[in-house]
Design a protein around this ligand. Structure first.
Ligand code: ADP
Length: 399
């Protein structure tokens, strides 16, 4: 069923009001018409009550329709307003619409049909306007919310940046502390190692077996501790950016051969075959000799340490004119796939147990990786449990 419309007419002319009422009755609309014969009473009604549509006369003794429409809109009345005139010009119509009128009808042709069309169109436009206002308001609210969230994100970003700065500073202090401590520890440790060596030499023939055994333990444990301290020192130096590479021209083939030879005794103790295969166009490269040797020693001693039978092989060949690949391959215990991603992390060891059978610090590969980064090189590993591992490193001919 159609809704009964609440309509209001503000007109000081009784006859005009009656004419409107009659036309409305003839239109077939369901309505309830309220009447007001002065502008003031009409304004009061519109301010205090809700109407679906209001008709305003254009001419009152005290004011005209234009100022009445303006007054109503200024006081917040949103009801659709249709202005009824005797005879009006187009200019009047434009001004009325600008002031906020919904429509404009001439009293001369107030047929039921014209009224229905005008009322329905004014109500439709009014609804659309209300919806647009609501949508606009929601948009503003969402905008406001987004602005707020943006503000919070910005705040969080600043906090993270601040925390990052603090972390960098803490990390720098940690590296500095480690570097200082390692340095301080090395001096007394070198004395212990040196004096134990002198004593070993002096007591070689005169000392008891027990004395010699104790001295040899002091020496090897001291040496092990020194290795550990040196590795920590290296790591902290690299991390704090205080380690510089000293590039020099060197013979890579010679470096590989002498490094392998220095570890020969270790592989012989385990009856491992230690092989070298070098196929380089030119063995002369530019790199930091000591750091490259350190990398080779790390990889080779790991290969020997984690291999109980078979061989350890070092190969070197050209990948391109500028890149050389060195591989250290073993037939040892291998590394499980889930550990491979972490073996280059500092202090990561596959076997973390106290009772592990292989000694080590878990720093060798971390240092190797960082040194290679500094050399603009890279390292990768292939490994199969029980079959062996192959560490491949690629370095530029010239760093
Ligand atoms: P570590 O001092 O323990 O040798 P590294 O950083 O050199 O420390 O190596 C980290 C870990 O990676 C080792 O503890 C070992 O578990 C694994 N690993 C490294 N090289 C090999 C290898 N050739 N064969 C098997 N496991 C290896």
């Amino acid at each position: 069923m159609e809704k009964t419309l609440r309509l209001l007419v503000i007109d000081d002319d009784d006859v005009d009001r009656m004419a409107l009422r009659r036309s409305l009755q003839r239109s077939g609309l369901q309505f309830e018409l309220h009447e007001s014969n002065t502008p003031d009473a009409g304004v009061q009604l519109l301010v205090s009550e809700l109407f679906d549509c209001a008709f305003l006369d254009y001419r009152f003794p005290t004011c005209d329709g234009l100022s009445l429409v303006s007054q109503l809109r200024e006081s917040g009345v949103q009801t659709p307003l249709i202005v009824l005139t005797g005879q009006g010009s187009e200019e009047t119509a434009v001004n009325l619409m600008k002031a906020g009128a919904s429509d404009y009808l001439s009293k001369a042709n107030l047929s039921g049909e014209t009224l229905v069309r005008a009322i329905h169109s004014a109500i439709r436009v009014h609804r659309a306007e209300c919806e647009a206002i609501l949508a606009n308001q929601k948009l503003r609210e969402t905008n406001e919310l987004l602005k707020q969230q943006n503000h919070e994100l910005e705040h969080q970003r600043e906090q993270i940046q601040q925390q990052n700065l603090q972390l960098t500073e803490v990390s720098r202090l940690k590296s500095e502390f480690l570097a200082t401590m390692s340095h301080e520890l090395r001096t007394p440790l070198n004395a212990i190692i040196g004096f134990s060596q002198i004593l070993m030499r002096q007591l070689k023939n005169s000392g008891s077996d027990r004395q010699n055994d104790m001295l040899s333990r002091i020496f090897t444990n001291g040496q092990h501790l020194l290795d550990l301290i040196n590795e920590i020192l290296d790591l902290s130096k690299i991390e704090s950016g205080r380690l510089d590479l000293r590039s020099e021209s060197l013979n890579l083939e010679e470096l590989i051969v002498t490094t392998v030879k220095s570890l020969q005794s270790l592989s012989e103790q385990k009856h491992l075959d230690l092989k070298i295969e070098i196929e380089l166009q030119n063995p002369i490269i530019v790199n930091d000799c000591n750091r490259l040797r350190q990398i080779l020693v790390n990889l080779l001693s790991n290969a020997i340490k984690f291999t109980d039978a078979g061989y350890v092989r070092v190969t070197a060949h050209d990948v391109t004119g500028d890149i050389i690949e060195i591989a250290v391959e073993d037939t040892g215990i291998g590394i499980e796939p889930q550990h491979i991603a972490h073996i280059f992390d500092a202090f990561h060891q596959v076997d973390q147990s106290v009772a592990r059978s292989h000694q080590g610090t878990g720093l060798g590969l971390a240092i190797t990786n960082l040194l290679l980064e500094m050399m603009k090189g890279k390292i990768s590993v292939d490994s199969q449990i029980g079959q062996g591992s192959c560490f491949r490193l690629q370095i530029p001919r010239q760093i």
